[in-house]
Ligand binder design. Structure first.
Ligand SMILES: *[C@@H]1O[C@H](CO)[C@@H](O)[C@H](O)[C@H]1NC(C)=O
Ligand SMILES: *[C@@H]1O[C@H](CO)[C@@H](O)[C@H](O)[C@H]1NC(C)=O
Ligand SMILES: *[C@@H]1O[C@H](CO)[C@@H](O)[C@H](O)[C@H]1NC(C)=O
Ligand SMILES: *[C@@H]1O[C@H](CO)[C@@H](O)[C@H](O)[C@H]1NC(C)=O
Ligand SMILES: *[C@@H]1O[C@H](CO)[C@@H](O)[C@H](O)[C@H]1NC(C)=O
Length: 752
């Protein structure tokens, strides 16, 4: 979780059109200066049974993270799969055994989509749009034996919610209650929300009036509704049938808190909320505990002086709470700390206070004495374990420096790929999901944690390596013949003589003994506080570049996360500085190391901060890259204008050393718009019109500059997309236009 970028509800509408109809005859009139390497009327992406094409990418199964039942013998994994021929994006769940003699996993299609979650050891709840403006809740009964029946159980109707927006459903069997997030008007009354929605809908396109920020965020205008947490009774009746109660209790009623980030266990709900007494721009989030039997009366566990907080968690016996927290209310790039709060003694302790990595999702060991979590490290996302010191005395926090080293140095349990969704299971096991450059998510189980745990608690240097079992293989078959590359990492000396990391992918068909030369694409990630990690991406996927015939490099220059706080922060006030020194060095290193790269056929692309970098590279030919074509997606053109129009002004003001009107800022030095007189490279500009992080006027401005200067350029607008391209058909169009653009300038003539 990156503050303030905890992004919500991100599934944008999909524009419906046939990419194939746009392929031909849509060649834009190019400015006279255009010198194209090829003048093909048509361009086609490489396709075939052995090719990992953009179409393969959008048609793969897209699994989320797995969630096990309480007994830890079955895992539920939601996934979607798009079909271009059918124009459907079907949602399903996969139920796979975690123990015993594995039978084939059970796939249950969820017509109508919706959310599925565990009710008990063998029951699954499914909340789905009824088509009448509310969600219906169904229960699926799995067979009691581990060997699952390979027939889909029939859903049984349980009850209805008052709205169709309930989400993040969490059921607690001992409490007989379901807690969830939903959206309500100022009265906080969930039962009244639907009627209020309908009344508002009778005035379409109604004008909006705002008195404070944010008037809009990410891809939506501010709604008069806000997120709150609700509980409702849900239990089995005398005949064993599930029954949903009809009273929906607003747990945050009268608190002015808004939350969609909570944990529910043993009658308690731990949640984070923005502080209602601070400026709406203030990123401070507080952590509160509320009992479901005592709605509207939460207890605040944080001081209100810290920054963002998230990932709230309760341990199994309800004695401890934990969350991640930013030490101060800064812009949102700094490292998260794990706070463990003793609910009995009311003491808190910050785990591994000097560790230079940023924990994200957390899980207590079953005994509550070890914290498991994920964190980025060197362009991977690893699972770590860390013993929790005693919180029973008041000196827990102040005594930290004196604790033995095992309390300061988290132990990595995984080393490759990107892990998420850690969950402890009975029998010394840990469930997690993991993707890599070569595969979307699959579910894994770490075995034999008990001896490992006692070793790390004791600080034994011989912490045993737990065994890892792979549980699911969602896309193994679809990817089997595609020859995906795992990527290779390279390190080089960058700005300030620091070690900088990058990934290199070779084109499919590359052969060491061959003298054939290949084009190179340099791809720059966004953020800038992000990282190109060994992780699957549905949007910028290195293997797509390889299989369209490109070498590609994906560097993690100054500003990137996962290499420590100093490296990430070192970009502040220096957006056009150190990262480009790094990229020049990394680029040189790669050209020297791979003689099969054709230095006369190099291109670059980037989105968000990466798009800033593209516009910046345009204005700085002295770097000597000699790119033949550029692609800028949702990038910054005028940094000063962007700091006014973005939905995260404080982020910009921090990164540029001050607001645009303040004396201390570096906009005149580092805004790409100030160097347009030096632009000359052909550029494709792409922007989503629902991008409120960097509004589409940034893309339009860059396109206008390029056109007026007579530089070959093209503008691709996605009217319904936000800062990302989420629509499957839009994604195909995106890939088609990007590779066509490159092909026009560096394409392989021999192939045409
Ligand atoms: C999607 O779901 C529909 C309706 O259940 C089904 O007819 C269709 O075959 C599914 N498509 C795919 C690609 O699985
Ligand atoms: C699994 O199979 C083995 C041999 O086929 C058998 O001995 C064992 O009892 C089975 N275990 C379970 C949990 O079914
Ligand atoms: C599972 O299958 C067996 C045999 O076909 C059947 O007797 C049993 O009722 C099924 N259980 C469930 C929960 O569907
Ligand atoms: C909530 O709204 C419903 C439907 O309008 C109404 O019947 C109920 O009395 C309201 N509850 C409260 C506490 O105002
Ligand atoms: C945010 O809150 C912190 C802590 O109360 C305070 O120091 C800071 O000035 C606040 N910032 C804004 C913009 O309100």
């Amino acid at each position: 979780m990156r503050f303030p970028f905890s992004l919500l509800g991100l599934f944008g509408a999909q524009a419906a059109f046939q990419p194939t109809q746009l392929d031909v005859g849509q060649q834009q009139t190019l400015a006279p200066a255009a010198v194209h390497r090829t003048s093909r009327l048509t361009f086609a992406l490489k396709e075939g049974p052995d090719v990992f094409s953009p179409r393969t990418l959008v048609e793969l199964r897209r699994p989320g993270a797995g969630v096990a039942n309480e007994a830890g013998d079955l895992v539920l994994v939601p996934y979607t799969q798009f079909s271009l021929d059918e124009k459907t994006n079907n949602k399903s769940i996969l139920i796979a055994p975690l123990e015993g003699n594995a039978t084939k996993p059970l796939e249950i299609p969820l017509p109508g989509g919706g959310e599925a979650f565990w009710l008990d050891r063998r029951s699954i709840g499914h909340a789905v749009d009824s088509g009448k403006g509310v969600l219906d809740l169904y229960a699926y009964a799995l067979s009691p034996e581990l060997q699952l029946n390979l027939t889909t159980p029939a859903p049984v109707f349980v009850g209805a919610f008052p709205t169709k927006t309930a989400g993040k459903l969490k059921y607690s069997e001992p409490d007989g209650a379901l807690v969830f997030v939903d959206y309500v008007y100022a009265d906080g009354n969930l039962t009244a929300a639907k009627e209020q929605d309908e009344r508002r809908a009778r005035v379409p396109n109604a004008p909006m009036v705002f008195d404070a920020l944010n008037e809009r965020f990410w891809d939506s205008w501010l709604s008069p509704k806000s997120a709150s947490l609700f509980s409702v009774g849900l239990a089995r009746g005398p005949g064993g049938e599930w029954k949903l109660a009809s009273t929906f209790e607003n747990l945050l009623l009268g608190t002015r808190h808004t939350s969609d980030d909570f944990s529910f266990l043993g009658g308690n709900v731990l949640y984070t909320s923005l502080d209602p007494d601070l400026s709406p721009l203030n990123g401070t989030r507080n952590v509160h505990l509320v009992k479901i039997t005592d709605p509207g009366k939460p207890v605040q566990l944080t001081s209100g002086k810290q920054g963002g907080a998230g990932a709230p968690l309760l341990n199994s016996d309800g004695t401890k709470a934990a969350w991640i927290q930013q030490p101060t209310d800064t812009s949102g790039h700094s490292i998260n700390k794990i706070i463990v709060y003793d609910l009995i003694n009311k003491n808190r302790v910050t785990l591994a206070p000097t560790w230079d990595r940023s924990p994200e999702s957390l899980a207590f060991s079953l005994a509550g004495d070890v914290m498991y979590f994920t964190a980025e490290d060197h362009a991977r996302v690893k699972v770590y374990a860390l013993p929790i010191p005693s919180t029973s005395s008041a000196s827990a926090s102040t005594g930290y420096p004196l604790l033995p080293k095992q309390f300061h140095n988290p132990v990595p349990l995984t080393h490759q790929g990107a892990a998420s969704g850690v969950q402890l299971l009975p029998g010394g096991r840990l469930l997690f999901s993991r993707s890599s450059f070569a595969s979307p998510n699959d579910v894994y189980v770490l075995q034999d944690l008990s001896s490992f745990e006692s070793n790390i608690v004791l600080g034994s240097s011989q912490a045993l390596k737990p065994k890892i079992n792979q549980v699911t293989r969602f896309n193994a078959e679809a990817l089997e013949s595609k020859g995906l590359d795992e990527g290779e990492e390279f390190w080089f000396k960058g700005a300030l003589d620091r070690d900088v990391q990058g990934w290199l992918f070779k084109p499919k068909g590359w052969d060491e003994k061959d003298t054939k030369k290949w084009p190179l694409a340099m791809v720059i990630h966004g953020g800038p506080h992000g990282t190109t990690a060994d992780q699957w991406s549905d949007r910028w996927n290195p293997n797509v570049f390889s299989q369209q015939g490109y070498f590609s490099i994906w560097m993690n220059p100054t500003g990137s996360t996962s290499f420590g706080e100093e490296f990430a922060e070192s970009i502040i006030g220096d957006w056009g500085g150190k990262p480009f020194v790094d990229m020049v060095q990394g680029f040189k290193y790669v050209l020297e190391s791979y003689p099969q790269i054709d230095p006369d056929r190099v291109v670059a692309a980037g989105a968000s901060w990466g798009g800033y970098a593209i516009n910046w590279l345009q204005g700085h030919p002295e770097y000597g890259f000699s790119f033949k074509a550029l692609v800028c997606h949702d990038g910054v053109f005028d940094s000063s204008a962007s700091s006014y129009t973005t939905d995260v002004p404080r982020f910009f003001n921090h990164e540029f050393g001050g607001a645009p009107w303040e004396e201390k800022n570096v906009h005149s030095k580092f805004s790409p718009a100030n160097f347009v007189h030096k632009w000359s490279t052909p550029q494709l500009v792409i922007h989503g019109s629902k991008d409120y992080r960097l509004p589409d006027t940034e893309g339009i401005a860059a396109f206008h500059a390029l056109q007026q200067l007579g530089i070959p350029s093209r503008l691709l607008i996605f009217p319904e997309e936000n800062h990302w391209v989420l629509g499957h058909e839009n994604s195909l169009k995106w890939h088609y236009e990007v590779f066509k653009w490159f092909d026009e300038f560096v394409g392989d003539l021999a192939d045409s």
